[in-house]
Design a protein around this ligand. Structure first.
Ligand SMILES: CC(=O)N[C@H]1[C@@H](OP(=O)(O)OP(=O)(O)OC[C@H]2O[C@@H](n3ccc(=O)[nH]c3=O)[C@H](O)[C@@H]2O)O[C@H](CO)[C@@H](O)[C@@H]1O
Ligand SMILES: C=C(OP(=O)(O)O)C(=O)O
Length: 434
């Protein structure tokens, strides 16, 4: 199991290219099941999550071919025939999004058996909304021994579905099933995250009929088949926001390229309020901060898009650990997403957590220590803290980090960070303690 070692060594200077979005890529990959034609995804991140989902797709008979390096990375998915519709526990437990193959398998073949999902243990994370929505589309669903068995021998049929609250996963999942359903589906209180817009636009490119993209009401007119095509994955707003926080924490000047800052104004507005300079450029932003001036404590509350993303909460909390004053951070999406707080405390941060609210009292400095990555975004928040902590910070269980950040050491190292990976025995991916 690898670990990452960081020595706090002052400001960052340089350029970081932002990769394609994990949370878009993994849903687009699942969409490749919907067609017997090849779907080529460009700007594909190479991550543990895309690797594991690729393995799952291969087990259904999908051909998966990776090509190119760096900004040229692409993957071709060809589901000419689906030879299996069974997604075993061992492949699904590794990452939550693999559950989202259920809808596409069902829409394409009329049946599927998929294990209940795993994913980061940041809350209970049930899938009742997914199951209710697929049932409304005409699927007959049974839960047995940790598996969801779904049948729709005569095909799915359109329905009007109003989600009781906003769910990114349930919106994407139902959308993928509805594009091949008979008739019209209306999804109300749909999530509007940019990765859902990316998925919907790709489906339209493949021949789907979807209106209301980027709004909270999606109207889908089912079609009998979809074609393939080429699609470029949108830039990863969470990766961009994480490096913006890294630059703001260490100080200096970092240019983030191939990015979409318009997708994370909720973060950049808060960073500006805290005293970070954010300058838009043609293809991203420059993040600038004078390290001799302390940031101002700033409050945030996580919300559905376009609010402050839960996936950036840990990184912003790290930024506040050395700010001047007390910041209050509300986590409104997940009930257990402050696991980074005790780890940051090991570096000297002063954080108290009460239910969904954390109070961060800024300290003068952090000091390096061994810490443990507890989930994907928590792990990058510890790397960010390590950039300024005196001495050595060693972060264990970085397989969490590898799920969502490609070449992190290389990208931060190119800006002057003293960061290196210490190789350990290989792990197959996020494990049972995930
Ligand atoms: C709204 C939101 O910000 N969603 C985040 C969520 O997406 P993800 O798709 O994982 O989660 P959802 O958006 O579905 O979950 C939102 C909330 O609804 C609950 N829920 C969800 C589905 C369901 O069937 N029943 C149910 O009760 C969840 O437990 C959670 O409290 O985690 C991802 C990974 O961190 C983030 O990228 C998404 O931004
Ligand atoms: C927690 C995440 O992923 P997952 O939903 O797969 O656990 C994430 O992307 O931050």
């Amino acid at each position: 199991m690898d670990s990452i070692t960081v020595h706090g060594n002052g400001p960052l200077h340089g350029e970081i290219p932002v990769s394609g979005a994990k949370n878009s890529a993994i849903k687009l990959m699942a969409a490749s099941i919907l067609t017997d034609q090849p779907l080529r995804l460009t700007n594909m991140p190479r991550l543990a999550d895309t690797k594991f989902l690729g393995r799952l797709l291969r087990s259904f008979g999908v051909e998966v071919t990776e090509n190119g390096h760096g900004s040229e990375q692409e993957t071709l998915f060809h589901a000419a025939e689906i030879s299996s519709t069974f997604a075993p526990y061992d492949l699904v437990r590794q990452m939550r999004a693999s559950f989202n193959v259920l809808g596409p398998l069902l829409a394409r073949t009329g049946h599927a058996k998929v294990s209940l999902p795993g994913g980061c243990t940041i809350g209970a994370r049930p899938v009742d909304l997914h199951i209710d929505a697929l049932t409304r589309l005409g699927a007959s669903i049974h839960l047995e021994e940790g598996y969801v068995s779904a049948m729709a021998p005569g095909g799915l049929r359109g329905a009007e579905i109003e989600f009781p609250f906003v769910s990114v996963g349930a919106t994407e999942h139902t959308l993928m099933a509805a594009v091949l359903a008979r008739g019209t589906t209306v999804l109300k209180r749909a999530a509007r995250e940019p990765e859902i817009g990316d998925l919907a636009r790709c489906l339209v490119m493949m021949g789907a009929n979807i209106e209301g993209i980027d709004t909270d009401t999606l109207v889908i007119e089912g079609v009998t088949s979809l074609s393939g095509g080429d699609w470029s994955v949108i830039p990863d707003r969470i990766e961009m926001g994480s490096y913006a926080c890294a630059a703001a924490m260490a100080g200096g000047e970092v240019r983030l390229t191939r990015a979409r800052p318009d997708l994370i104004t909720a973060l950049t507005d808060k960073m500006t309020a805290a005293g970070v300079e954010i300058e838009p450029t043609d293809d991203g932003v420059i993040v600038r901060r004078d390290p001799s001036v302390r940031l101002r404590a700033t409050n945030v509350a996580t919300e559905v898009y376009p609010g402050f993303a839960t996936d950036l909460q840990a990184q912003f909390m790290t930024l506040m650990t050395t700010a001047d004053g007390v910041s209050v951070i509300h986590e409104n999406i997940f009930e257990n997403r402050f696991m980074h707080a005790p780890e940051l405390a090991r570096l000297g941060a002063d954080i108290s957590v009460h239910a969904g609210e954390a109070h961060v009292t800024g300290v003068d400095r952090l000091k390096g220590a061994p810490v443990m990555a507890t989930d994907l975004r928590a792990s990058v928040s510890l790397v960010i803290a390590g950039l300024v902590a005196e001495g050595e910070t060693s972060i264990g269980r970085v397989y969490h980090l590898d799920r969502g950040f490609e070449r992190l050491e290389e990208k931060l190292g190119a800006c002057g960070a003293d960061i290196r990976r210490v190789k350990g025995p290989p792990v197959e991916g996020p494990d049972d303690d995930h």
